[in-house]
Write a protein that binds this ligand. Structure first.
Ligand SMILES: C[S@@+](CC[C@H](N)C(=O)[O-])C[C@H]1O[C@@H](n2cnc3c(N)ncnc32)[C@H](O)[C@@H]1O
Length: 260
């Protein structure tokens, strides 16, 4: 997944992220819910990119640290927020090794817009351990992750071969993505997998992205986190029933939980 980092280090990619400013629907819901806790919170915004979330969360918290493993992203943030108060800080840091922060430092950790999906399965586990370490017991962790259920649209032949003319272009694109870039993945592997890493077409088809079943994501969180909740991308609403979470096919989902 070294290629993923190279893409985020490109100056034009970082500039593109620095132009973004809108929250996604679940981020809006979660911001509203956490608002009463934010004025006393020290927040860590991992994979801050161009500072899209800084705009919305930075003004509410007591202290804010945005980190990213891409120096170009950090440079964009420093430029974008140069006139802002000193309580906003930006530091280059890889989420796999956050030794620069002591245990139990943060009341709220955010890793938005699927940044956690850019690393391998083993590194994802390391990141979750690191986040647990730097988070204060009782504090909050929010992140989003690609939903492997969505990928039925790529790996289930029945769906790929839809003859509905309304979706002809989309179907053709997905068919190409499957055949040219993900030819090793078979429908049966897809159906049995708890997670898969594949090329989903992002960033001009140059990235390998981790997709996980919601149920597997919930299981991976249970050892270190509690009060785990899931929010739909499409509506921003919490999905309360477990069977609905497990059946959901939004392309990614937001998870909100607390540090044990
Ligand atoms: C899709 S972008 C999202 C940027 C920003 N959070 C937003 O919502 O606009 C993912 C970000 O995660 C960062 N990232 C990916 N893996 C990382 C890691 N291991 N440590 C720190 N940052 C990482 C990338 O450099 C990139 O800026």
């Amino acid at each position: 997944m070294v290629q993923n980092k190279k893409i985020f280090e490109a100056k034009d990619v970082a500039r593109g992220y620095a132009l973004q400013s809108h929250l996604q629907p679940p981020e809006e819901t979660i911001l509203r819910e956490l608002l009463p806790h934010l004025p006393t919170a020290k927040m860590l915004d991992i994979g801050v990119g161009g500072g899209r979330t800084t705009l919305h969360f930075g003004k509410w918290v007591r202290e804010y640290v945005g980190t990213d493993y891409s120096e170009s992203m950090i440079a964009e943030c420093r430029k974008r927020f140069s006139g802002y108060p000193d309580s906003l800080k930006f530091q280059a840091c890889d989420a796999r090794a956050m030794g620069m922060f002591e245990d139990g430092t943060f009341d709220f950790v955010l890793f938005s817009f699927n940044g956690i999906d850019c690393v391998s399965h083993e590194d994802r586990a390391k990141i979750l351990q690191e986040i647990r370490r730097v988070g204060k017991p009782g504090g909050y962790f929010c992140f989003s992750a690609h939903n492997l259920n969505w990928a039925a649209n790529l790996f289930e032949w029945r769906r790929l071969l839809s003859l509905n003319p309304k979706f002809a272009v989309r179907t053709a694109k997905r068919f190409l993505l499957r055949c040219l870039y993900n030819w090793r993945i078979r429908s049966a592997n897809f159906r049995d997998a708890a997670y898969l890493i594949f090329n989903d077409g992002a960033h001009y088809r140059q990235m390998q992205i981790y997709y996980i079943r919601p149920q597997a994501q919930l299981e991976a969180l249970q050892a270190n986190f509690t009060d785990i909740r899931v929010f739909a991308l499409a509506t921003g609403a919490e999905i309360k029933a477990l069977d609905e979470v497990n059946r959901n096919e939004d392309v990614w989902l937001y998870y909100l939980c607390r540090f044990k």
